[in-house]
Design a protein around this ligand. Structure first.
Ligand SMILES: *Cc1c(COP(=O)(O)O)cnc(C)c1O
Length: 362
């Protein structure tokens, strides 16, 4: 038996690494990135500022300036603390590490964000996925029953949810929070694309934390996520955060971007407008079912057994989206499309229209 097989935990050997497809030269509508870059003047000012950084020095371990600016931009009250992560993925990992007593459980609705389950496995925690209803609403009674049965240490609720794009009923969320004896994290990765805002849950409940990220608003390359909550929670997580997890280039660039947040808001507003147009246009593609979205992506369902086929045909046309068929059974025949620029969206819709027609001819 090889030493690797003998030594590496079986559940790690059983995993496959998070797949990232090669997207070189493609119209990239697969990963919820903001398709826009910055105006030339902003890019120049940013590059000028980067020049001045003392790259030979460790960064500010608290990233205090970034936190102050985030507090301002996101409207975080003084009663709450902020913890920064190398993407919100790292924050999920910190939470799991802190709560991973033997037998501890993470619970989340499914289909949902895949990292909740992966990180549960990394940290040796149990994972319980509770299926959504067929129209992707929370199955309130199933959620409440699963919480009673498993008493999860950690519950993740993504609002809006990825990959379904919708918000769940506030009443169901409230009941889950009431019943939970562990921590409930509201993952607001897509907060820029919805009017819904869950920050006020922090006032009402001592066991709720709010997670956000700069990835989806146009800074995916930076890797900066934030957890907002009461200091009694964040102080514990702070102890296991690796020092200097937010590097000097990220800190300085995030600060710059946050000081120019209007520039990003113009872009996210445009994406919100284009989302409506995209949904309308997708709706006119023969055989395609379009689900409502509060995020910067749209979930669609193809005619039976066509999703993989349509995905591959789009790839042939140099358009990369995400095929969800073959994952969770509720996502049968589903594709996820990130809202791109107006041109990219048009390109995608024409390609899909063509594919849907050629498919029906046999
Ligand atoms: C994209 C995403 C994240 C993670 O974002 P980071 O890039 O790691 O900050 C977290 N939660 C959900 C639901 C997401 O879709």
């Amino acid at each position: 038996m090889s030493r690797v097989k003998k030594l590496v935990r079986q559940e790690i050997q059983d995993l496959s690494a998070y797949p990232v497809p090669n997207s070189e030269g493609m119209t990239k509508l697969d990963a919820m990135e903001n398709p826009y870059t910055w105006p030339a003047v902003a890019k120049e000012a940013w590059a000028e500022m980067l020049k001045t950084l003392p790259i030979n020095r460790y960064p500010d371990p608290q990233a205090q300036h970034v936190k102050n600016e985030l507090r301002e931009v996101m409207g975080v009250g003084d009663d709450f603390d902020i913890l920064l992560g190398n993407g919100s993925d790292e924050l999920i990992q910190l939470l799991a590490m802190a709560l991973a007593k033997p037998g501890a459980t993470i619970l989340a609705p499914e289909p949902g964000f895949v990292m909740y389950k992966m990180i549960a496995t990394f940290c040796g925690m149990n994972y319980v996925g509770v299926p959504l209803t067929a129209d992707f609403e929370l199955d309130e009674s199933a959620m409440l029953a699963a919480i009673k049965e498993h008493q999860p240490e950690l519950i993740f609720l993504a609002q809006p949810n990825n990959p379904t794009g919708n918000l769940w009923s506030q009443q169901s969320i409230d009941k889950i929070i009431e019943l939970a004896s562990g921590v409930v994290v509201i993952d607001e990765a897509y907060t820029a694309f919805t009017d819904a805002d869950y920050l006020d849950l922090l006032e009402k409940h001592e066991h709720v934390l709010i997670m956000r990220t700069l990835s989806k608003v146009g800074l995916a390359g930076l890797r900066l996520g934030l957890l907002v909550g009461r200091s009694e929670w964040l102080n514990e997580l702070e102890k296991i955060r690796l020092p200097y997890n937010i590097n000097i280039l990220t800190q300085a660039s995030a600060l710059f971007a946050l000081e120019h947040y209007d520039m990003l808001l113009v872009q996210t507003e445009q994406i919100r407008v284009d989302r409506l147009l995209l949904m309308r246009d997708l709706d006119s593609v023969k055989g395609l079912e379009v689900f409502p979205s509060e995020a910067n992506f749209v979930l669609v369902r193809t005619p039976a057994n066509m999703a993989r086929n349509w995905f591959e045909e789009l790839k042939q046309k140099n358009i990369l989206i995400k095929c969800l068929d073959g994952g969770h059974e509720l996502l049968k025949d589903c594709l996820r499309i990130t809202v791109g620029t107006t041109d990219q969206n048009d390109q995608l819709v024409s390609a899909l229209a063509e594919i849907s027609l050629s498919g029906s001819v046999h």
